[in-house]
Every structure is written in structure tokens, then in C-alpha cells.
Design a protein around this ligand. Structure first.
Ligand SMILES: O=c1ccn([C@H]2C[C@H](O)[C@@H](CO)O2)c(=O)[nH]1
Ligand SMILES: [Zn+2]
Length: 134
């Protein structure tokens, strides 16, 4: 998607709105994530924690679930915020989750400005590595 077609303000707003729905009673660290799909939809998600702490779902987990539930497709741009509304880098696991659904040239808003998927997850493992070897 051409850079000028990405409405970063709309993505930031959607991420902040999603963050308001976070369930984070343990970490007290709410997170909201939003993505623009190639066909122009905005999907989002918040983190959902659990009393069994390690079962916590990151905001990006909810986002990819919503992506698939609302028509699928690929992610052209991504924005994630913490409870202060500041840009948050997706954790390693979430970078992998996002990689699966990346559109060509997918852009991520990061604390260092706009970056590509390849920059935040170089040499990634992906579906292409699952081909039969026998
Ligand atoms: O990419 C990330 C990183 C962290 N968190 C959540 C998980 C946990 O609820 C809280 C503190 O780690 O932030 C996310 O939702 N996404
Ligand atoms: Zn994560």
C-alpha cells in the first residue's frame, strides 16, 4: 500500500480505543493494537490477562483473531500503544503473529519511526518453511 494511503492518526486512535478495553489487573499495563488491512479495514485488539499469569494474551493476539473473524486479509500497517498512549513495540511472539498476516511492504509505527516487518523481525520463520522435505 502506498505510504500516503496510510492514515496513521486513525490507527493511533483505534489503538488507544482498544487499549481502553484491556483486561490487565495483574500487570496494570494495558495495551491496545490496531492494524490497517490492505482492503482498508481497521482491526484492533487489547491484552487479556489471566490469574495464571503465563496464559496472558497480548493485544496482538486479539487483533489477529479479529482480523480473521472480520474477513481476513493482510496487514498493511500496524500501531500499538501502552496505557499512556505511547507507541509500544510488539513483543517477539507478537512480531511472529503479525508476520503471518503481513502484506508486502507492511509498515509498523515504532519508537524509532516507521519500520518494515523485515526490520523488526529479520530472517523470520514463515509458512514457506513448512514445505515437505521428504
Ligand atoms: O507486544 C505486547 C507486549 C506486551 N503486551 C501485554 C502483555 C501483558 O498483559 C502486559 C505486560 O507485559 O503487556 C501486549 O499486549 N503486547
Ligand atoms: Zn506480545
Amino acid at each position: 500500500m502506498p505510504a500516503e494511503d496510510i492514515d496513521w492518526q486513525a490507527l493511533e486512535d483505534a489503538a488507544k480505543q482498544a487499549m481502553q478495553q484491556a483486561y490487565a489487573p495483574y500487570s496494570k499495563f494495558p495495551v491496545g493494537a490496531a492494524a490497517l488491512t490492505e482492503d482498508g479495514r481497521i482491526v484492533s485488539g487489547c491484552n487479556v490477562e489471566n490469574a495464571s499469569y503465563g496464559l496472558t494474551l497480548c493485544a496482538e493476539c486479539a487483533l489477529v483473531g479479529q482480523l480473521h473473524m472480520t474477513g481476513g486479509g493482510k496487514i498493511a500497517a500496524f500501531y500499538c500503544v501502552d496505557g499512556q498512549g505511547n507507541i509500544l513495540m510488539p513483543c517477539g511472539r507478537c512480531r511472529q503473529l503479525l508476520y503471518e498476516f503481513r502484506a508486502p511492504g507492511m509498515q509498523l509505527m515504532t519508537t524509532q519511526g516507521i519500520k518494515s516487518m523485515d526490520q523488526v523481525l529479520p530472517d523470520a520463520f514463515g509458512p514457506e518453511h513448512l514445505e515437505e522435505t521428504t
